[in-house]
Design a protein around this ligand. Structure first.
Ligand code: FAD
Length: 310
């Protein structure tokens, strides 16, 4: 079922789950076992992240280097297929502009259609390791709004208009490259105007930031559903790593509490879980259509949060 239809028909907030394809070497059984704990909550769909192939430089015996293309993770199509067949749950693969030409994106869309996957989260993707700024592939898309238009064009050419329900990313604390929030929201509107059906946000730890973002989006004329993204903190290091990696703030109250229990792994885990439960309950109370969880392949805390909130 299309996410846009689910959002139209839902009468109460539901959990949306995002998983990361496993690293090479992990078996199909191990992957499915890591997803299985979520199945008791009858998820309406599961998002699967997309990762670019990368280049590695291998040193030759004469001191020169050979550039080698490496894929560190199992492809998202393989993961989608495994989840569809094992759990009969809809999947939402993420599709990124980075590293692909427009033709390659069309081939991927062809495969999704063949697999009866009707949902896509359309994103630009991040820089590859070593890059300071995102460099589009020659013959590829530069921004997610172009990708959304490309998907809608693909549907037109194959006479299957509206086959895909398309989600896009939004940033309650502003995307790190945007000069200001207004500019970022104008670009978000361009994605919706190009044909996106809904928005999923970057993670945030202060709900007031999300509510203010939604108000600004509505003022800017963005009327599609906006799904908040949450991630429970689970380790002390994350209070340094997440702001660096995602350009987000962690509230002082949460930071101080984590510092108090710096060396107590169990306590830190529980603090992150409880903070997320409080955020989630408040979001549901305020009427969000769904809550998206960045599970990062770890089920325990998200399962506890789902039990407490849904
Ligand atoms: P864009 O919408 O293209 O925006 C990127 C920047 O460019 C912003 O600053 C924006 O203001 C600006 N901009 C946008 N359009 C234009 C335009 N037409 N002209 C000029 N400037 C413009 N990354 C992955 O690699 N794989 C994933 O699976 C993945 N999943 C994600 C899931 C969610 C819910 C979110 C929120 C992010 C995810 N990301 C993923 C990260 C995402 O790829 C990065 O945040 C990336 O840097 C931006 O992607 P975007 O689609 O928001 O890009």
């Amino acid at each position: 079922m299309k996410v846009s239809d689910i959002l139209l028909q839902s009468t109460k907030a539901y959990p949306s789950l995002e998983i990361v394809p496993p690293l090479n070497g992990i078996s199909r059984k191990e992957l499915l076992d890591s997803v299985r704990p979520f199945i008791e909550f009858s998820p309406k769909y599961i998002n699967i992240t997309c990762h670019r192939d990368e280049y590695e430089y291998v040193k030759n015996s004469d001191g020169s280097f050979t550039r080698r293309l490496v894929r560190k993770r199992i492809s998202e199509s393989a993961v989608c297929g495994a989840i569809q067949s094992e759990f009969k749950v809809d999947v939402v693969p993420h599709l990124i502009c980075g590293g692909a030409t427009k033709d390659q994106i069309d081939f991927q869309l062809q495969d999704f259609r063949f697999m009866e996957i009707e949902n896509i989260l359309a994103l630009r993707g991040d820089c590859i390791t070593g890059e300071k700024r995102f460099t589009p592939q020659e013959g590829g898309y530069r921004h997610a709004n172009e990708l959304v238009s490309g998907i809608r064009e693909f549907e037109k050419q194959r006479e299957c208009e509206g086959f895909f329900s398309i989600g896009v990313g939004g940033y309650p604390e502003k995307h790190f490259e945007a000069p200001n929030m207004e500019d970022d929201i104008a670009h978000l509107k361009a994605k919706v105007d190009a044909g996106a059906d809904y928005v999923i946000t970057q993670m945030f730890f202060d709900n007031s930031v999300f509510y203010s973002f939604v108000s600004k989006c509505r003022e800017a004329g963005i009327s599609v559903p906006i799904i908040p993204g949450l991630k429970p903190l689970s380790t002390f290091r994350q209070i340094e790593l997440l702001p660096q990696a995602f350009s987000i703030d962690i509230p002082q109250e949460l930071t101080s509490e984590m510092r108090l229990f710096k060396d107590d792994k169990k306590a830190l885990y529980r603090i992150g879980e409880l903070w997320c439960i409080n955020q989630c309950k408040d979001l549901i109370k305020k009427g969000v259509p769904a809550v998206h969880f960045y599970t990062m392949g770890k089920a325990d805390n998200v399962v506890n949060i789902l039990r407490a909130c849904f």
